[in-house]
Design a protein around this ligand. Structure first.
Ligand code: NAD
Ligand code: MG
Length: 382
């Protein structure tokens, strides 16, 4: 049976690679829905090639252009952010691949879960903001939350066939980002151009900056906590610059399992799409002779304070991760626009965490309000 997939954010780094995977497995997968925020040119090109039933362009300014370009094809064209909530629930959709960036992914994912769709989750911010709610809903509506993030896909693969109660801890690997060897003085003056040059992964701008500050690992710890029902103390970050071991799981007998592969997101994308099967991956294979040395070291949370912030926020719980996420989104955008420096991002997050309203318990509407409040507070510190 063909799996029909709605790709939210098809024009992004993950979205494009998902379409490559679909193109390589045309009898297994079809792109049923494609969506983009504003890159209408690429969206039109993708629609003409993959023939989805529906495309959504969130930025309404481009709606006419997309409609006109696709007018000869049997494709419904919708505009606006609200349309995302509807398209994920359609009868013809079997799986929703959440590959949007940021908080904006949360609401469509909640709608998709409630409609009983399988979820392939790249959008880690969804679980950072509302992990308790989203995992509870997934359980209630009996849908799979299949991780696309490479570390979480690794952990998920290591856990297959194992008992939750026998998991002692997980080690999430981190490349260390482009600034792994810089000291604080150099980091203070690091630019966005330098930050955007990631040594092992080619990704969207936001996650690339998050990788440079190690906030990405902070977000991933919280993501792992919810996906695998772990206690904060069961998660450790380990820097592994070659990005070959994608994560480890240690069991109660002391045994450790790892998942390895070249740093290629098409692999975890394919695994999430084909789960519980494995399909032939048409990508280059790892060659041990090319990697005589795989190294591991502890992360430095003095030079990279965002990692420590994320750990503390995870322990506090409630809406704290939601606040941290929103403050971080504002901070990263400010850095990308050259309005703050590298540590300016940390300062925005720290100040915002002190001012935003803390809620020990929150539901969807509280998260939406908290995100809104936090953004306006964080903007005052830019
Ligand atoms: P990207 O910036 O390359 O692409 C983002 C996509 O989402 C684009 O198609 C864009 O049009 C769409 N989008 C952005 N904001 C939107 C909004 N407000 N409303 C609707 N659509 C919107 O990002 P990416 O690197 O592909 O990352 C996507 C998600 O996957 C992020 O959450 C990221 O953390 C996660 N992720 C990415 C990678 C990677 O290798 N790129 C790896 C692991 C996890
Ligand atoms: Mg990752």
């Amino acid at each position: 049976m063909m799996k029909r997939i709605a790709i939210l954010g098809s024009t992004g780094s993950i979205g494009k690679q998902s379409l490559e995977v679909i193109a390589q497995h045309p009898t297994e997968f079809a792109a049923e829905v494609l969506t983009a925020k504003s890159n209408y040119r690429l969206l039109i090109e993708q629609a003409a090639r993959f023939h989805p039933s529906i495309v959504v362009i969130s930025d309404q300014n481009h709606l006419d252009t997309v409609e006109r370009a696709l007018s000869g094809l049997p494709i419904t064209v919708l505009g606006g952010q609200k349309a995302l909530e509807e398209v994920v629930t359609g009868d013809r959709v079997d799986m929703v691949l959440a590959a949007m960036v940021g908080f904006a992914g949360l609401i469509p994912v909640v709608h998709a879960i409630k409609a009983g769709k399988q979820i392939a989750l790249a959008n880690k911010e969804t679980l950072v903001v509302a992990g308790e709610l989203v995992t509870r809903l997934a359980h209630e509506y009996k849908v799979d939350l299949l991780p696309v993030d490479s570390e979480h896909s690794a952990i998920f693969q290591c856990l297959t066939g194992e008992q939750q109660a026998e998991v002692e801890k997980v080690y999430i690997t981190a490349s260390g980002g482009p600034f792994r060897n810089l000291d604080t003085a150099a980091l203070t003056i690091a630019t966005r151009h330098e930050a955007l040059k990631h040594p092992t992964w080619n990704m969207g701008a936001k996650i690339t900056i998050d990788s440079a500050t190690l906030m990405n690992k902070g977000l991933e710890i919280i993501e792992a906590r919810w996906l695998f029902n772990l206690k904060p103390d069961q998660i450790e970050v380990i820097v592994h610059p070659q990005s070959i071991v994608h994560s480890f799981v240690q069991f109660c007998d002391g045994s450790i399992k790892a998942q390895l592969g070249l740093p290629d997101m098409r692999l975890p994308i394919l695994y999430a799409m084909s789960y519980p099967k494995r399909l032939n991956g048409l990508f280059p294979r790892f060659n041990f002779k090319d990697y005589p040395l795989l190294t591991f070291e502890a992360p430095d949370s003095v030079r990279f304070p965002n990692l420590a912030i994320a750990l503390e926020v995870m322990r506090k719980g409630g809406n704290m991760p939601c606040i941290m996420n929103a403050a971080n989104e504002i901070a990263v955008e400010a850095f990308l626009n050259d309005r703050v420096g590298f540590y300016g991002m940390t300062r925005i997050i720290e100040k915002t965490l002190r001012q935003a309203t803390f809620l020990p318990v929150a539901g969807l509407s509280e998260y939406i309000e908290s995100d809104r409040e936090t953004r306006s507070i964080a903007l005052t510190f830019v």
